[in-house]
Design a protein. Structure first.
Length: 259
């Protein structure tokens, strides 16, 4: 399955790169902006939990923004692997081998330099079969965040809400805070993250409510970013989808590029 998923992602990356090729040249003052990104990671972690059974992931996407209104939209995708299929509460379904996210929103800056961002995001899992596995994996979230750059460090806080979270597990709220600190050493940046996930139907999702956190170092070299992060949750193996290690602490190395 990983080979099939990687082939799909390679096709997706090729599409991104083709779309990014500057066939049409836009004026420098054009309000239309296009972007693309690709990344290779040793693990795909979403809110602290592995989406690839702790295996590598290839991801990428492209976006569009209209600067006068602060509008943006785009698509992002990654290979996934939820493990061997099981049944019952917290069941997993290995027929889903890709995640595709569609997003759109508005962003801008308030007086005093406070950044804001509001939008919506639809998570789609091609290959999951609600006819065989009782619950549909696809779901929708709305989100909002505020951010501020103090110069020596920047902070961001946000919230995401879904009326029917992953696998039809009911209402969910994710509240998080981030901090970034540029270091006076080799252009490195230290980043920290902590988030709390609340889920209405924990039995259907497969875990109790939990906290995740991350500490990482990154370095930008031209359009490339190199990042190594330590990621963990407060979930035990027994609380993680019926006894998996997908919620355990890990170090994730990522190389990404933006165009």
């Amino acid at each position: 399955m990983m080979k099939t998923s990687f082939k799909k992602m390679i096709c997706f990356m090729s599409t991104v790169l083709v779309l990014n090729t500057p066939v049409i040249v836009y004026a420098e003052d054009s309000p239309h902006e296009f972007s693309a990104n690709v990344a290779i990671s040793t693990d795909y972690r979403f809110r602290g939990i592995s989406q690839t059974t702790k295996d590598p992931a290839i991801s990428g996407g492209f976006g569009y923004s209209y600067t006068p209104f602060g509008f943006y939209a785009g698509v992002w995708a990654s290979n996934i692997d939820f493990g061997e299929p099981t049944s019952g509460p917290g069941s997993v379904n290995d027929t889903a081998d890709m995640e595709i996210d569609f997003f759109g929103g508005f962003a801008g800056e308030l007086p005093m330099g406070v950044g804001w961002d509001i939008g919506g995001l639809y998570y789609m899992y091609p290959g999951s079969d609600p006819g065989t596995y009782a619950n549909d994996y696809d779901y929708f979230e709305v989100y909002g965040s505020l951010s501020y750059d103090f110069g020596k460090f920047d902070v961001k806080g946000g919230l995401a809400y879904s009326p029917d979270y992953f696998a039809e597990s009911g209402d969910s709220i994710y509240l998080y805070g981030d901090v970034g600190i540029p270091l006076p050493v080799a252009g490195l940046k230290l980043a920290g993250h902590v988030g709390s996930q609340w889920i209405d139907d924990n039995a259907t999702f497969g875990t109790p409510d939990y906290v995740d956190w991350k500490v990482g170092l990154s370095k930008e070299i031209k359009q490339f970013t190199f990042d190594i992060s330590y990621i963990d949750t407060d979930l035990s193996d027994g609380e993680c989808f019926g006894g998996t290690d997908f919620c355990d602490a890990t170090a994730v190395f990522t190389v990404s590029a933006s165009f």
